[in-house]
Design a protein around this ligand. Structure first.
Ligand code: SF4
Length: 215
C-alpha cells in the first residue's frame, strides 16, 4: 500500500461524498429483518429485481417467526426471479430459524454475529449494521472493489482485504458514507467496461486515469 493512500482516501472522500450524500440502500424494506432478507436475495441480482419479488414474499412471511416455519418450496417459488433461488430460499429460511433460536427473533446488530447466519457474508453484514443500525460499515461490493483498486486505495481483488485497507485509512465515522459514495461512483462513473475518466472528478488524483483516456 502506498504511504500516500490515507491522504488520497481523504481526498476521494471530500470529492465524492458531497456528490453522493444519501448513504442508504436501493432495496425496499420496512424492518431490519426485511433488509437482511433483501440483501441475501440481491446476490448476483439487481436491486430492482429483488424489489419486484419482496412485496409478495414479505406479505406471506413478514418476520423471522413466519419465515422460519415456511415451506422451502413456497419460498423458492416466491424468490425464483432473483436467480439461485434454491440456495437463496434455503438460506433465508435457515437464517430466520437461527434468528428465532439464537437471537430471540431480532436481527443481530454486530458483524461478528451476522456473519454466522446462513447466506450472510461481510458485505451483507456491513450493510445491515450501517443502514439498519447506524453503525460504521464498509460495504465492499463489486463497484467499491473495482473503484478502490483503480484509485490505488486497495490494490486487491479480495473484498475482505479491500475492507480492511479502506478501514485502516479512514476513521470509523467516515466509513459508511465513503463506501456508499464509492459504490455510486463505481456504478455510474467508474464503470467496469467503460469508465468515464474524461469527466471523472477524481481524474487528477487517480493513477488509472491514463489507462483509459484515449482508448
Ligand atoms: S479517473 Fe477513471 S479509473 Fe480513475 S476513478 Fe475516475 S473513472 Fe475510475
Amino acid at each position: 500500500m502506498s504511504s500516500k493512500s490515507p491522504s488520497l482516501a481523504y481526498t476521494v472522500y471530500n470529492i465524492l461524498v458531497p456528490l453522493w450524500p444519501n448513504a442508504g440502500s436501493a432495496l425496499a424494506y420496512r424492518s431490519c429483518f426485511e433488509l437482511l432478507v433483501a440483501v441475501i436475495l440481491s446476490a448476483q441480482c439487481t436491486d430492482e429485481q429483488v424489489n419486484s419479488v419482496t412485496p409478495a414474499l414479505f406479505t406471506a412471511y413478514p418476520d423471522a417467526e413466519s419465515l422460519s416455519r415456511a415451506s422451502i418450496a413456497d419460498v423458492e417459488t416466491l424468490v425464483h426471479a432473483t436467480g439461485f433461488f434454491r440456495a437463496k430460499a434455503a438460506n433465508i429460511v435457515s437464517t430466520a430459524g437461527k434468528i428465532m433460536r439464537d437471537y430471540g427473533g431480532t436481527v443481530p446488530d454486530t458483524i461478528e454475529e451476522l456473519v454466522t447466519l446462513p447466506g450472510v457474508g461481510r458485505k451483507t453484514a456491513n450493510l445491515v449494521v450501517s443502514v439498519c443500525y447506524g453503525k460504521p460499515g464498509i460495504v465492499v461490493d463489486t463497484h467499491v472493489l473495482r473503484t478502490a483498486r483503480r484509485l490505488g486505495l486497495a490494490p486487491t481483488d479480495d473484498p475482505s482485504r479491500s475492507e480492511r485497507l479502506i478501514g485502516a485509512m479512514l476513521p470509523q465515522s467516515m466509513w459508511t458514507a465513503f463506501s456508499y459514495a464509492l459504490n455510486r461512483h463505481g456504478k455510474f462513473v467508474c464503470t467496469a467496461r467503460k469508465p468515464s475518466c474524461q469527466t471523472c472528478p477524481l481524474a487528477l488524483v487517480c493513477p488509472s486515469a491514463q489507462d483509459f483516456i484515449g482508448r
